[in-house]
Design a binder for this molecule. Sequence first.
Ligand code: ATP
Ligand code: MG
Length: 438
Amino acid sequence: MSDYMFVLESHLDAAQNKTVAEMQRIATEAGMNVWLTGGAMRDVLRGSAIRDLDFTVERDAVKLGKSLAQALKGNVLSEDSAKRSVELDLPGGVRASVSNARTEKYSKPGGKPQIAPATIHDDLLRRDFTINAIALSLNRGSRGLLIDPANGQADLINRELRATNPYIFFDDPSRIFRLIRFQHMLGFQISPRAQSQLENALLEGYQTAASPRSLAVEIRALSGDANAVAALEALDSNGLLKSLSPALTGANLNTAGLTRFEKALHSVIPAGTPGGWLAFLTVLTEKLNPRESGDLLKAFELSRPEADGLKNLEAKAKKLESVLKSARIHKPSQVYEILETASVDEVLMVLYNSAQRVVQDRIRAFYHKYLPQAQEITEEQVAATGVKPGTPKFDKAYRNLVTAHLNARPRKIAPPEPEPAPAAAGTTPMAMARNGRK
Ligand code: ATP
Ligand code: MG
């Protein structure tokens, strides 16, 4: 039997582990039961990185969520009073949600559900797909116990998307968008039964009752994924993008541009690097006129900093490109310094638009060579220069060490010792290797 607490810890980064530990501490203190659920459990069990931590609580989730944010010095991003759920932004780039275990009863597609408190078991069964309906207990008496009422683990092994019940699309048609997102993001098959449920839902037109906002949320979630374009094409071919923008269809979807963008993103930027959403939006709206693009962007409900960032992105990318192609750049440390402070969105726009080989090469060298080399410098090495950690002098010493490390010429390999006596032709190690002999 797997030790799921061990599996969990080994898949979370340091900040996520700290969040889970703190959640366990404050829930125990408050005498509340808490589980890790949703995508976090799905991704732990399939052995991949976790995007956000979804906690479910059998009592007051809002209170617990706010205590967690306070304890970790994070922020509450939003609160849903009907679902008694909060979204949190926590240190170390950790995103988390804390929600009450609940049931939801719908009287018409896309209608407002009647919400009632429930056990974790019933909460799991009101979810969308079986692979998202697994919970891990973080409670003292049962820590590490897995609850999997719909046998989502079997579907994870079979790589299949199966609905938790026959009414999922009637109840909440936004699950149509989620199904297509997961199909492409995870590369899973849709089970035959879920496929016929989907076809019936589309025939009945349930999708028209889904909010454009829910579609925008799913597009944002898939934007950085390796199969984002395929997912967008699937949404388009089912006529599902219309609610977001009637203009975003066919050639206007810019799949050629998005494919080029996707290639640049995944071949150059290391996986897991945050950012890129604004560059994705820029490419997505490239073929639309200003009014169409403005309408579409409104549906994405960008935050103020995002909206400002988007407005300035192309100008900043142009500036970055011109700095990067400068003939005054001779050393790796110069490339490193320029790109270290640039945003991933700017870099992606340069990769997308620039026809300059030198610019493309410098960006590649930064991510594949200079950045990993700079990360080799340890705090101990800096402290060994005699400066105190946490001081401006420490930062300066760190920068100096990075610069020296990046600009150091690779050490020459020592010339081979002279042979004591001339060897016969074809018997030197090089010649033997050339002849395919050992
Ligand atoms: P991601 O890894 O992208 O966050 P996710 O499945 O965790 O994927 P979230 O939006 O974070 O997506 O939702 C958390 C969990 O809440 C889901 O795994 C699922 O169990 C449940 N859920 C979310 N949206 C719905 C929905 N529309 N209908 C039913 N269950 C949902
Ligand atoms: Mg999630």
